[in-house]
Design a protein around this ligand. Structure first.
Ligand code: FEO
Ligand code: CA
Ligand code: CA
Ligand code: CA
Length: 656
């Protein structure tokens, strides 16, 4: 029964209890081990991570980065992708962002400067910025089955081991490549940029490449006062993505290290998007426009250049999930833009799917991802929905548009949020991960939370985002989030209409007014984020900000009764499609794993034999992940296997 696709109907394991401990806990009968923590060397000759954090910035080009996030296990056979092989594989994962204070030997360190503009008040050390740049991006790590037959270990020095960072050269592909909007001092032709950034959720392509996503890239850019040559439309476009004038970047300040050597200075000034010259090719005003894309990586070709697939739009991409492919039909991807009141999108390829393209690498990506139609979702109050095309010349997306005149498809894609505004898309409660049920073909999206819901005029309570209250007495929008789902008309993923309902409302079980899905202490949760249907149709839900609130007050609420650290729940009831606005029974939703205090659990993948589940732990607290005797906590991957070596959830599959 190995690798059996039979889906369990009930869950037999005992739910993991609420825990606010500094350690992780997994369901009885399972084993959870830390692997590949921050700083792990991928090749020989790079010293082991030390708790004093003195490893050089450059050495991180060959170490695991920080804040492990979305990932995928690619089975490997004869040096190529094989979706059925579990003995050996490439574990490819995102490093979303950095915890500056826990990365540098100096902690979070700034040098005060005397320049008057607030944007330049503080400077950071070049070595700290380099280390942070290198701790972002993607890691490709070859893993092989351990000698005892359970779990995996890294193959150090594998030719596949690779880091792609926020300084690796990447190609712009699709309609935005070569556009005026992406021409920079680095590449005046507008085809290349340096780096991928804030890689959050993961995606797999049907042909076997890795799709990484760029989410909060805004945070590493600064913008001062632009010279007047910036058009009103492009000024609006920048602000629509959060980069207002005198935006100092978040705390990263990557643009601030100074150097007399022009080449070194350029390494940092590229994060400053202020328009200082006459032409865009004299400065980095457009570098900002070269981030925010689904980026395709072929892990089996270690010299391949990451491709930013601009046809899929530019926004704060969370993850990217494809609909089951059909020979001779377009390939369809679903995506969320994770910011308060942003949208849900889908991309329909122009090229028709051919099974011959499996294993086709980036060439197959060129075929399916460079041409197609990007749509954005409208959720009507009556449970119907529709997809609006974001195509230049249609739906008011032309040069007459008042907020932002669109002069071509490149402008529609670079400013996809503004284009989606124009066509009346529905503002959602922070769309995070998307996953498609292999059983019903329905699409599920986590709407993690939104403190603006019902609080801001442009984000009123609606049928699809119906909660704006906190039963603990604080009026603060949708605190706990929900999971929405829809079925495309006729089961056709290229359809322009759909029917939606809310699958599950997250809430603490003790708050009856808010607990619309009647969760209990075995399965209550908050802020759904990571979402993954395994190939058997079992749904896995991961949480972020699980102390039943938003981040701003998680410290406070850790003391509340009923609190639980972030974790992983699993359910067999998704995909049975009760379509009654809530699950018929919550008996089949159970808490499977609870992470250590302070962490977020994100990123999930399973080996093809279903015997190993990998999840990631970001920004743990205390000393979780530290070297023995050390005090610096580290993000890491957690490898979960059954103690008896059987497949995950075997106790449910083989009950007699
Ligand atoms: Fe990186 Fe929206 O989570
Ligand atoms: Ca997330
Ligand atoms: Ca989140
Ligand atoms: Ca995160």
């Amino acid at each position: 029964a190995q690798g059996d696709l039979t889906r369990p109907e009930t869950l037999e394991f005992t739910a993991v209890a609420h825990s606010t401990a500094a350690t992780m806990s997994v369901a009885a009968g399972y084993k959870a081990e830390i692997v590949l923590p921050l700083g792990t060397p991928l090749i020989s000759g790079v010293e082991e991570w030390k708790d004093n954090r003195e490893q050089s910035a450059e050495s991180f080009e060959w170490r695991m980065g920080d804040n492990h996030d979305g990932m995928w296990f690619f089975g490997k056979k004869k040096n190529a992708y094989d979706a059925k092989t579990s003995e050996s594989g490439l574990l490819v994962m995102n490093h979303e962002y950095v915890n500056s204070s826990e990365l540098s030997p100096f902690g979070y360190h700034v040098i005060e400067d005397d320049k008057a503009a607030p944007i330049f008040q503080n400077r950071r050390l070049a070595s700290d910025v380099r280390r942070e740049v290198n701790c972002h991006g993607v890691a490709v790590v070859e893993m092989t089955r351990r000698d005892d037959g359970t779990g995996y270990e890294m193959v150090k020095d594998s030719k596949y081991n690779r880091r792609i960072t926020s300084s690796t050269v990447a190609q712009l592909a699709g309609p935005v490549a070569g556009s005026e909007l992406v021409k920079t001092k680095f590449d005046p032709t507008g085809f290349q940029t340096r780096g991928i950034n804030n890689n959050c959720g993961a995606g797999l392509s049907p042909w076997g490449t890795y799709l990484t996503t760029e989410e909060n890239f805004l945070g590493v850019f600064a913008r001062g006062e632009d010279a007047s040559q910036l058009s009103a439309g492009h000024n609006y476009g920048r602000t629509r993505y959060g980069a207002t004038e005198n935006f100092p970047s978040w705390d990263y300040l990557w643009h601030t290290p100074d150097d007399k050597d022009a080449k070194i200075a350029d390494e940092f000034s590229r994060w400053d998007m202020t328009a200082t010259g006459i032409n865009a090719t004299e400065d980095y005003r457009n570098a900002f426009n070269t981030f925010g894309y689904i980026t395709e990586i072929d892990p089996f070709n270690q010299n391949s250049v990451p491709q930013k697939r601009t046809a899929l739009g530019r926004f704060a991409h969370e993850n990217c999930a494809y609909a089951p492919v059909e020979q001779g039909k377009p390939v369809v991807f679903y995506m969320g833009d994770d910011a308060r009141g942003e949208y849900i999108y889908k991309f329909v390829s122009k090229a028709m799917w051919s099974n011959k393209d499996i294993g086709g690498g980036l060439k197959a990506g060129d075929k399916y991802l460079n041409e197609g139609t990007l749509y954005v979702a409208i959720f009507h109050e009556d449970g119907s929905g529709q997809w609006q095309a974001l195509t230049h010349g249609e739906n008011g997306l032309d040069a007459t548009n008042s907020a932002l005149p669109f002069n071509g498809q490149d402008e529609v894609l670079v400013f996809a949020r503004a284009a989606a505004d124009t066509v009346g898309a529905t503002k959602m409660d922070r769309p995070e991960w998307v996953s498609v049920s292999p059983i019903t073909g329905e699409v599920y999206v986590t709407l993690t939370n939104n403190k603006y819901r019902g609080e801001r005029e442009d984000q009123p309570v609606s049928a699809s985002n119906p909660r704006s209250y906190d039963a603990r007495g604080k009026a603060r929008g949708n605190d706990n989030g929900h999971i929405i789902r829809w079925a495309e008309t006729g089961g056709d993923h290229t359809a322009l209409s759909f029917e939606w309902d809310i699958y599950l409302f997250a809430a603490p079980s003790d708050l009856s007014a808010e607990n619309l899905s009647e969760l209990n202490e075995n399965n209550d949760f908050s802020s759904p984020d990571g979402l993954y249907f395994d190939p058997r149709g079992v749904l896995w839900i991961q949480t972020d900000d699980g102390a039943y609130t938003d981040t701003s007050s998680c410290m406070l609420l850790a003391a509340l009764p009923g609190s639980v650290n972030d974790g992983v729940l699993t359910t067999t009831s998704a995909g049975q499609s009760t379509r009654v606005g809530r699950v018929a029974s919550n008996e089949n939703i159970k808490r499977f794993f609870v992470g250590p205090e302070g962490c977020e659990v994100t990123g999930i993948t399973m080996t093809p034999d279903f015997k190993t589940l990998f999840i990631n732990i970001q920004h743990p607290g205390n000393t979780w992940g530290a070297v023995p005797g050390g005090s610096t906590p580290r993000s890491a991957t957690v490898m979960i296997t059954k103690e008896d070596g059987d497949v995950i959830l075997a106790e449910s599959l083989y009950q007699t």
